[in-house]
Ligand binder design. Structure first.
Ligand SMILES: Cc1cc2nc3c(=O)[nH]c(=O)nc-3n(C[C@H](O)[C@H](O)[C@H](O)COP(=O)(O)OP(=O)(O)OC[C@H]3O[C@@H](n4cnc5c(N)ncnc54)[C@H](O)[C@@H]3O)c2cc1C
Length: 463
C-alpha cells in the first residue's frame, strides 16, 4: 500500500527542515526525503557550516586575530595541513547532524533516505541507497532540493587539483598557490580563507566588478585590504581554457593572460538540483539554471499544492532566508496566516575580513534621490578594537536627512556578521539616529562603533 502524508518535503536543507518542523507543529503527518546519507543538506554537508568551520579553523590556527599585536609572521601552528582543517570539520558536522536528527525525532517528522522523483502531481518514487524503490503520496509537497555546483564539460574535475565548491571542503592538501574562478560570495569567501593561510591566491572574474550589492565604499576597503596582503585580481575577462601543464593548473584568459597555480577552485555558479526530479510528470518546468518559479508571498509553484523554497528558487540563496521561506510555505500550505516579512534581511559574507550589510547601500539611496547623510566609524576607534589589536574594519551608517531614519548599515571587519543585527533591529523598527545617540552601549564593545558612526553623521546632518 502507498504511504500517505499530509506534507512531503524533498530535501533536508534549511528550507526543507524548517518547513517540515513547522508542518509537524501544526499536527500534520510529515515525511522528509533526503538523497544524501544524512540529513542537513548542502548547508550542513558542503556549504554554510563547512565553509564557516574552515574559516574559523584557519583563523584560529593561523593566529590571524593576533597578528595586529604580534606581527604578520605570527602563527599559532607553524605547519597547517588539510588534516588540521578536517578534524574540526568532522566534529562540527557530526554535531549539526545529530541536532537535526533529534529535532525531527522530537517533532515526529518521518525521514527517509533516497532520491525522490515525481510520478504524478501527488506521488513520488523514492529510490533508496540499497536499490529498493517505494512510492509515497503527499497532499502537499515542498521541493527543497537546493543546488549543485555548475561544472562546465570542458573542465577536467576528475583531476584532484581542480575542485568545485563542494569538493573544496575536503581539500586533499593545502596548496602553495590557488586560482579561484568566480568572485561571487562563495568564491570570495574561500579565496580569502586560503589567503589567510598564506596561500598565494588569484581571483578571476569575467565581469569587471563583483559583489555589486555591497556598498561601494565597503567594497573598496575590502579590495584594498586583500591587495595589501597579496591577493591578485583578474577582473573583466572571461576564462578561455583551464588545463593541466605539468603539475600546475594553467588558466588562460580570453585576452591571452595566463595564471599558473598548484590548484584551481571553480566557483562560477550553481544549478538547481531539478534535472532528475521528474518535473515533467507533475506539470512543472525549470529555467536554464534548473530553478523553479514561485509566487513571492506563498512559495507556491504553478501547481498550487506543490511548493518550492530555498536555493532552488534562486535569489537570495542563503541558509537564513531559505529557512524563512520553508516556514512560510508550510504555514500557507496548512492555512496558518503569517504577518508580512520584515522589509530588510541582513547579508553576511564570511570572507576574511567579513562583511555584513542590511538596508540600502549609498548607491541605492542616491539612485532613489533620497536626501541622506553618512557616518563612519573605524573599529580601531573603539576601546574594544584597541584591546583586540584591530587595525582594520569600519562601519558605515546611512540616515535620511529628512526623517532622521536609519536607511542602511554596512560593516567590514571583525564581528561584522554579529554586529549587523543591531542595525537590522533599528532599521526594521523604523528607528532614527536618535536611538544611537541617546542609548548607552556596553563598554568596551565593538558595538560602540554604532554610536561613533551615528555621531559622525549627526555632526553633519541638517538640524
Ligand atoms: C560554500 C557555501 C557557503 C555558504 N555560506 C553561507 C552562509 O554563510 N550563510 C548563508 O546563509 N548561506 C550560505 N550558503 C548558502 C546555503 O548553504 C544555502 O542557501 C542553503 O543550503 C539552501 O538550503 P536549501 O533548503 O535550498 O537546501 P540545501 O541545503 O541546498 O539542501 C538540499 C538537499 O536536497 C537534497 N536533494 C536534492 N535532490 C533530491 C531528491 N531528488 N530527492 C531527495 N533529496 C534531494 C540534497 O541531497 C540536499 O541535501 C552557502 C553555500 C555554499 C555552497
Amino acid at each position: 500500500m502507498t504511504a500517505q502524508y499530509d506534507f512531503i518535503v524533498i530535501g533536508s536543507g534549511p528550507s526543507g527542515r524548517r518547513a517540515a518542523i513547522q508542518a509537524a507543529k501544526l499536527g500534520k503527518s510529515v515525511l522528509v526525503v533526503e538523497g544524501r546519507k544524512r540529513v542537513g543538506g548542502v548547508s550542513v554537508h558542503t556549504g554554510t557550516i563547512p565553509s564557516k568551520t574552515l574559516r574559523e579553523t584557519a583563523l584560529n590556527l593561523s593566529g590571524w586575530r593576533e597578528r595586529g599585536f604580534y606581527g604578520r609572521s605570527y602563527r599559532v601552528k607553524k605547519e597547517i595541513g588539510s588534516e588540521d582543517l578536517g578534524i574540526r570539520l568532522t566534529k562540527t558536522l557530526e554535531h549539526e547532524v545529530d541536532v537535526l536528527e533529534h529535532q525531527f525525532l522530537r517533532n515526529g517528522v518521518h525521514t527517509m533516505s533516497g532520491f525522490a522523483r515525481f510520478l504524478d502531481p501527488h506521488r513520488l518514487l523514492i529510490h533508496s541507497p540499497d536499490g529498493s524503490e517505494l512510492i509515497v503520496e503527499g497532499e502537499r509537497i515542498l521541493i527543497a532540493v537546493g543546488t549543485l555546483p555548475f561544472r562546465p564539460d570542458n573542465i577536467d574535475f576528475a583531476d584532484p587539483s581542480i575542485l568545485d565548491s563542494d569538493e573544496v571542503v575536503h581539500i586533499p592538501h593545502l596548496p602553495r598557490s590557488l586560482t579561484v574562478v568566480g568572485a561571487g560570495v562563495i568564491g570570495i569567501e574561500y579565496a580569502t580563507i586560503f589567503s589567510a593561510l598564506d596561500v598565494q591566491v588569484t581571483i578571476i572574474e569575467p565581469r569587471p566588478t563583483f559583489l555589486d550589492f555591497v556598498d561601494h565604499e565597503i567594497l573598496e576597503e575590502f579590495v584594498h585590504e586583500l591587495r595589501d596582503r597579496g591577493v591578485t585580481f583578474r577582473l573583466g575577462t572571461p576564462v578561455a581554457s583551464i588545463a593541466k601543464e605539468g603539475n600546475r593548473v594553467l588558466t588562460t584568459l580570453e585576452d591571452g593572460r595566463m595564471v599558473r597555480t598548484e590548484m584551481l577552485l571553480y566557483c562560477a555558479g550553481r544549478m538547481g538540483a531539478t534535472e532528475t526530479l521528474g518535473l515533467e510528470n507533475c506539470g512543472l518546468t525549470m529555467d536554464s539554471r534548473g530553478r523553479l518559479k514561485v509566487k513571492a508571498d506563498t512559495f507556491q509553484t504553478d501547481v498550487p499544492h506543490i511548493y518550492a523554497a530555498g536555493d532552488v528558487i534562486g535569489f537570495p540563496s542563503l541558509a537564513s532566508t531559505s529557512m524563512e521561506q520553508g516556514r512560510i510555505a508550510a504555514c500557507h500550505a496548512f492555512g496558518l496566516p503569517l504577518p508580512p516579512a520584515p522589509a530588510y534581511f541582513p547579508y553576511g559574507i564570511y570572507a576574511v575580513p567579513e562583511i555584513s550589510t542590511v538596508g540600502m547601500s549609498e548607491q541605492e539611496v542616491r539612485d532613489k534621490k533620497i536626501n541622506y547623510e553618512c557616518g563612519i566609524a573605524r573599529l580601531r576607534e573603539t576601546s574594544r578594537g584597541h584591546i583586540m589589536g584591530l587595525e582594520q574594519g569600519m562601519m558605515k551608517m546611512i540616515f535620511s536627512n529628512k526623517t532622521r531614519k536609519l536607511l542602511g548599515v554596512h560593516i567590514i571587519g571583525e564581528g561584522a556578521t554579529e554586529l549587523i543585527h543591531i542595525g537590522q533591529a533599528v532599521l526594521n523598527l523604523k528607528g532614527t539616529i536618535d536611538y544611537f545617540i541617546e542609548n548607552t552601549f556596553n563598554y568596551p564593545t565593538l558595538a560602540e562603533a554604532y554610536k561613533i558612526a551615528a555621531l559622525d553623521a549627526w555632526n553633519r546632518m541638517a538640524r
